[in-house]
Design a protein around this ligand. Sequence first.
Ligand SMILES: OC[C@H]1O[C@](O)(CO)[C@@H](O)[C@@H]1O
Length: 546
Amino acid sequence: MPGGGITLVGATNVDRVEAPVTMKAYMMCAFAAFGGIFFGYDSGYISGVMGMEYFIHMLTGLDPPPAGATADQKAYFALPSWKKSLITSILSAGTFFGALIAGDLADFIGRRITIIAGCAIFIIGVVLQTASSGLGLLVAGRLIAGFGVGFVSAIIILYMSEIAPKKVRGAIVSGYQFCITVGLLLASCVDYGTQNRTDSGSYRIPIALQMLWAIILAFGLFFLPDSPRYYVKRGKLDQAAATLARLRGQPVGSEFIQQELAEIVANHEYELQLIPQGSYFNSWLNCFKGGLRKPNSNLRRTILGTSLQMMQQWTGINFIFYFGTTFFQELGTIPNPFLIGLITTLVNVCSTPISFWAIERIGRRPLLIWGACGMFVCEFIVAIIGVTDGSNHKAVSAMISFICIYIFFFATTWGPGAWVVIGEIFPLPIRSRGVGLATASNWLWNCIIAVITPYMVGTDKGNLGARVFFIWGSLCVLCFLYAYFLVYETKGLTLEQVDRMMEETTPRTSAGWVPTTTFAQEMGLTDKGTLDPAIVEDVERKGSVV
Ligand SMILES: OC[C@H]1O[C@](O)(CO)[C@@H](O)[C@@H]1O
């Protein structure tokens, strides 16, 4: 019988009642979002460090220009492009591979322990970077730290999507994006605070501080349960029941817990029937099976997840966060380009929480569709102003205003939306790898954009200047079409119902979909039942409930 050892259950009831979300349960699910700080801080601090005098001197042997130096002398005192590119992109290389293998580990040792392992690897990388006084150790440290960030960034999405109650899952996963934005802000503030130091503390302090985020996350996770879906995958139903009970703040024998668990088990069994796991290699191949014609095939979902994350980067957001300051410096009319950098980062932080509400009330699909529209309109306006009147002070102020509105649209829609959707669209047998692949795609495109945009935009290179916003705007038009034609509405459904919904609808009809039957019913299971009383008793005896 499906679920070995469990007597199934009202999985089954399409209208089963969800456990009420207690504050404690909410906090437990939301805590992991803290890991987003790694992502943001790591992406953010390095550009400031690469402009610091002590750091440039250390890696080039050049002496800082004297007071009153000419513009040429100042420009000469900088890291060569290849070093900048290597230092920046090596982290993404590590994160890319980290995210790819993290999924496997998460199925094997659990979601929680994989994140804790990611924190430990990250700390090793940070220690090496902090101790470095040359390029070799610094690059090695960033590669290792990146590997750890890859683990953390992929598995946190998986973990949060799997433990959160369906009603608040979107809001909780959006909390991860919020923490990314806070990380970016913290990085700017710390860089700002240490930039004028004339000793190695200027770069060592921002680098070493990151250990704090890893320690807090790893420490907190020690006290949290793993994902019940992980235990179901491993066939450990007693532990699945116990963790679900803790997460929902309900007794293990309650109907809430029994029914929710039964739904997870039934769905897992159903998915395994479709595509059995087989050997290790075969189980990886499962992510690409099912062909392109079947709307909910694993291949289609893998393409959807990876391309959604690619599109999130194609919106051009990191052009603003990585190169915004230099872009405004080159326009020449802004007295304090660093301040503009700070303003854009603040708009990002302050706008993202709106998505906590919007993603549950308005839904994922409309948010992505309208967010893309808002972004392309703003980007075309910025491009037009920049091309026609880019040297006029008022025009530049208008450009900055539209860039801030663009960031508002990103932060409330595509920023969190892409993470929420990738956590929801994969069936359990391939979920960890699917989320890992999608996260790796985000990092890959993050890296590609970081490497190529300076060549496209710079005055000595492609010289696109403000015209680059025509490119970002056009890519946002693609994002709009993509969301309209390919993204399903997953709001308010359990992860198991998402599976069913993708089988029965198309993206455009998905919003009105209501579950009428469940996998468990189809598998001939009754719609009323209970957990094996022996399991309930055992779990209660161990005292691991609530
Ligand atoms: O908030 C902006 C940040 O969000 C991300 O797109 C990740 O979701 C990062 O690549 C970017 O720096």
